[in-house]
Design a protein around this ligand. Structure first.
Ligand SMILES: [Zn+2]
Length: 255
């Protein structure tokens, strides 16, 4: 059994067959899916999706792209929604300097408020970080001691050295479809060097399909490709990757 620790099942690309996609995930050995709620107008829909599917849990937060929309009222609403039993993490939140849809200073302030919510609720963070590790690491260094359960660096894309700093602070790393791309040397090196006990599997669907589905819509049922690649890189049995990453995710999200 596998856990897809990061999905976007509410994406319009699943509108026509969302229930079927979830059924096909379950029959492909996915036991739980963590849906990522990225903005205020999604949270209720995400919670609704979780309530109608026993196997779906969620993270709720404000994506760095949307940081400019994060008002005090939005944070008050977020804190309330995080009281839902299906909301198992705070996020996704973080820093994205690749697109810079929101000003980096605003992104940092909004990220810090998510850290405060994680401290307050005791729930782990789901962190999005793209081209921003240089600012992310010091922010985490000065705050990770306050967190009961640090959380997950979703779709890790840094260097093996950055990975070691992050796991040293207690974070887990999310590994996604790109690990299967022949050119992903850095990521393959990270997977080789970081203990399996620090990794969880993600699809980030509908984005980032594994190599054999490139150009297509990604979905939770394809998560096995990521597990197989990790088994190959680390030279361990596929069952070991499944057991350890599933137990990592269950412990992280308390499910
Ligand atoms: Zn995401």
């Amino acid at each position: 059994m596998l856990i897809d620790s990061h999905a976007h099942l509410l994406d319009p690309r699943f509108d026509a067959d969302r229930d079927q996609v979830i059924m096909s995930a379950l029959s492909s050995g996915i036991s739980f899916i963590i849906e990522s709620g990225c903005e205020e107008n999604e949270w209720d829909k995400v919670i609704e999706l979780c309530r109608s599917n026993n196997h779906v849990y969620c993270a709720l937060g404000i994506h760095p792209h949307e940081a400019k929309t994060a008002t005090d009222a939005a944070f008050a609403a977020l804190e309330k929604k995080l009281g839902d039993p299906k909301a198992v993490a705070v996020g996704e939140t973080g820093l994205d300097y690749f697109y810079k849809h929101s000003d980096p200073e605003v992104q940092k302030q909004v990220f810090l408020k998510h850290i405060d919510l994680a401290v307050k609720t005791g729930k782990p963070l789901v962190i999005h970080c793209r081209d921003a590790y240089v600012d992310m690491l010091p922010l985490l260094k000065s705050n990770s001691g306050r967190l009961r359960k640090p959380g997950l660096i979703h779709c890790f894309s840094g260097t093996p050295a950055e990975a070691k700093v992050l796991i040293g602070m207690g974070f887990l790393l999310g590994i996604d479809g790109p690990v299967t791309y022949p050119t992903a040397r850095n990521l393959k090196d990270t997977v080789r060097e970081i203990p399996l006990e620090k990794l969880v599997l993600e699809t980030d669907c509908p984005y980032l399909p594994p190599q054999s589905y490139r150009g297509k819509r990604n979905e939770p049922a394809y998560l096995a490709c990521v597990a197989e690649e990790i088994a190959m890189i680390k030279q361990v049995a596929l069952e070991t990757v499944e057991e350890v990453t599933t137990s990592n995710a269950r412990e992280l999200f308390s499910i």
